[in-house]
Design a protein around this ligand. Sequence first.
Ligand SMILES: [Zn+2]
Length: 278
Amino acid sequence: MPELPEVETVRRSLEAAVHGARLARIEVRDRGFRHPVPASELAELAGGRIAALRRRGKVLLIDVEHATLEPRTVIVHLGMSGRMLFGAPGDPWATHEHVRFESDERIVRFVDPRRFGSVELTLTRDVERHDRVSYLGPEPLGAEFDGDYLHRITRKRRVAIRNFLLDGHNVAGVGNIYANESCFQAGVRPGRAAGRLSRDESERLAASVKRVLAQAIADGGSTLRDGGYTDSAGNAGWFQTRMSVYDRNGQPCRRCEAPIRHRVLGQRSAFFCPTCQR
Ligand SMILES: [Zn+2]
């Protein structure tokens, strides 16, 4: 499932290839998503120019400037299995390709086998009010998210700290892989009540979240055995080779060799080292 580092990697690969490109055509083959794809409104963007590629949490924002329209933003959520893949104009439609953005030189396909993703459109000035964006807390790599913030907003909260990090209202886009890895780096068990984290632990955890996400972005994200994720050029990520706990149930801790443990918290897997994490 694409999390923040995967979406950031996709954003960067798109930015390098289509920033400033003229949109010749946007075609929608399949509108039947949880949030229906606005096919005719997207088609109106033809002739516009891709002015910026931004990201908020796990949401990709494609700003389009157009001679006769107020600036608009395509809001792409990759869901569980969504990808934005390059191709050439005239290529046949791929399996599970639902939306196609075509410039003079290339196409970008929105491909999503499991169909939990979405492609939506809003006025650029309304992005912050859109349902996919408006509820989001601070960016984990931004200055607003730090130990002070984490300590302050976790007070009196009984929710497990791993689940707290997964809730986009608290911090945007962290995701399960990186929340588990961050808890390990900080020496905090994922099941600990958020409100019981000390000041020092909050500092360590906020710093760990930033460090883990930055490393994962540098690695081009994580491509797990389920195989789905790649950037737009089809490159897999390799952060999975660095994972300390995620998906390592029963394997020895890389620090102390104790077997990594697994438990289910809020219907999502949590992984931790019973000796390195308290
Ligand atoms: Zn350990």
